[in-house]
Ligand binder design. Structure first.
Ligand SMILES: Cc1cc2nc3c(=O)[nH]c(=O)nc-3n(C[C@H](O)[C@H](O)[C@H](O)COP(=O)(O)OP(=O)(O)OC[C@H]3O[C@@H](n4cnc5c(N)ncnc54)[C@H](O)[C@@H]3O)c2cc1C
Length: 466
């Protein structure tokens, strides 16, 4: 049996390796057990490959519009093999870098399937082996960082060939003629736009009112209109009753309430569920709710010394959230008094234009703070947006009665980076007055954010109100 560990992490993904490295920085003896690939879903099958593919597809869109800059390139051709080969190279580099980094931290890496067999004992079964060969590791603290698993939507026909999850859609080396995307998660929109840029006819079907779940209503409406104007067919407030196979082998998506049918060659219809099965949780008494592990703000489960972070816990599934939770769990396992704070957690979609937000939506702010004020400007007023020929979008700042920034919502080029500054401002409890006095570089998109802050007091220089 190996030496007693301060922390054993089950799952070497976005959250798990952050926890392991932080605990190691604090002098802990740390082991990470990983069953497949270090870097987890994020690095291997989700955030990294999809953001890369979107960037590639976006080049196609840019090439089509290059004539506006006097650059003549003709209709772009995409070599899907080259596109995917570069994706695999990036993933491989990141994965090796992560493994090397963990080794440099002195973290013990164990390849295998981890599970709790006692509160302070984890069993690691080498991948592909059953029966003997398991290693038992004693630990003062254990962290569950096993992420999530793909699951079919509860729709008749969701198991038909041609109905894809995000992982299969990302790995598709062809451009289907007709694609239907069912869902309103950021990655649903990203994949919809990815195939659209590559030339597929895409229909996006969302059950709710908004194309992007959780976003500010107005922002989601703007995004929906932009996607629609760019050529995506969008059906909102539409449930899918079934997916059937047509005689010609194509798929038919049958809409509920007699709203018709949509023919497709591929259908993206998937969701993700917390990965808590087979971890020995029940035997050790770790509580789950709907498959997710509830935790407090120190990432502690109900069993002392057992922590959980990321997708396996309740709440929104984001890599940067898992990462931040991992740091808190690593610190708590090493005896520090850290706590998670979610008020300034940014949310993003890597669509084009990008969407990003932090804090309350306007609807939530109306309830939380009836005297809230809203400032908002179209991206079209911004000189840098004009230079880039990317004028579609909006920036919105929501302030409380005394000027506290309650939320920032962006549909804009570069939104995923701009939101980091807005989140930092919120975290530092900056007021909207301070944001107004901030000096953004010129020309930059940050100028529009300052304009939106100024518009809270109806004094944006570029948005005269008379
Ligand atoms: C298509 C798509 C795109 C996304 N894009 C983004 C994005 O752009 N930005 C963002 O922030 N989030 C994005 N997400 C969400 C993000 O991928 C997850 O929130 C994030 O990966 C969660 O991190 P984690 O550490 O909890 O789990 P993971 O990163 O999935 O890591 C879990 C690890 O545990 C391992 N494991 C599981 N069970 C065991 C076991 N029993 N023993 C040993 N190892 C085990 C797995 O192999 C895996 O490596 C996206 C998700 C999807 C589906």
């Amino acid at each position: 049996m190996a030496e007693l560990q301060d922390l054993v992490v089950i799952g070497g993904g976005a959250g798990g390796f952050a926890a392991a490295m932080r605990a190691a920085q604090l002098g802990g003896r740390v082991t990470v057990i990983e069953s497949t690939h270090y870097g987890g879903n994020c690095m291997n099958k989700a955030c990294i490959p999809l953001t890369y593919l979107m960037s590639g597809a976006r080049l196609v869109d840019c090439a089509r519009k290059a004539g506006r800059f006097g650059v003549q390139v003709g209709e772009p051709q995409v070599d899907m093999e080259v596109l995917h080969a570069r994706k695999d190279l990036i993933i491989e580099g990141l994965r090796l870098g992560t493994e090397q980094l963990m080794a440099e931290y002195g973290i013990t890496l164990v390849e295998g399937q981890g599970k709790l067999i006692a509160r302070d004992t984890v069993e690691a079964m080498p991948t592909g082996v059953t029966g003997s060969g398991a290693q038992q590791i004693k630990a003062r603290n254990v962290l569950l960082a096993t992420g999530s698993v793909p699951a079919q939507l509860p729709i008749e026909g969701a198991d038909l060939p041609g109905v894809l999850g995000t992982e299969e859609a990302i790995e598709l080396h062809e451009v289907p003629e007709r694609v239907v995307v069912v869902g309103a998660q950021p990655w649903d929109l990203e994949l919809a736009q990815y195939f659209h840029f590559l030339g597929s006819q895409v229909t996006l079907i969302v059950e709710g009112d908004q194309v992007l779940e959780g976003a500010d209503r107005e922002v989601a409406q703007r995004l929906g209109k932009l996607l629609h104007d760019s050529g995506l067919a969008i059906k909102r407030r539409t449930a899918v009753e079934a997916i059937r196979e047509a005689d010609d082998g194509a798929l038919v998506v049958v809409l509920a309430e007699g709203k018709g049918e949509v023919a497709a060659d591929k259908v993206l219809a998937a969701r993700r569920l917390p990965n808590s099965v087979g971890l020995g949780l029940r035997q050790v008494g770790v509580r789950t709710e709907g498959g997710a592990v509830p935790v407090n703000d120190r990432m502690e489960t109900n069993v002392p010394g057992v922590y959980a972070i990321g997708d396996v816990t309740k709440g929104i599934m984001w890599s940067h959230k898992a990462n931040a939770e991992g740091i808190v769990a690593g610190e708590c396992a090493m005896g520090q008094h850290s706590r998670m704070e979610y008020d300034a957690l940014p949310h993003c979609a890597y669509t084009w234009p990008q969407v990003a937000w932090v804090g309350l939506t306007e609807e939530e702010a109306e309830v939380a703070c009836p005297q809230m004020r809203v400032g908002q400007v179209p991206v079209a007023i911004n000189p840098y947006a004009m230079i880039l020929d990317e004028t579609a979008g909006v920036m919105k700042v929501i302030a409380g009665k005394y000027g506290r920034i309650l939320g920032v919502h962006l549909v804009a080029p570069g939104a995923v980076d701009l939101i980091n500054g807005a989140a930092l401002a919120m975290m530092s409890e900056a007021t909207v007055e301070e944001l107004m006095r901030f000096i953004p570089r010129h020309p930059s998109l940050g100028e529009a954010l300052v304009d939106a802050a100024m518009d809270v007091e109806k004094r944006s220089l570029h948005m005269p109100k008379w």
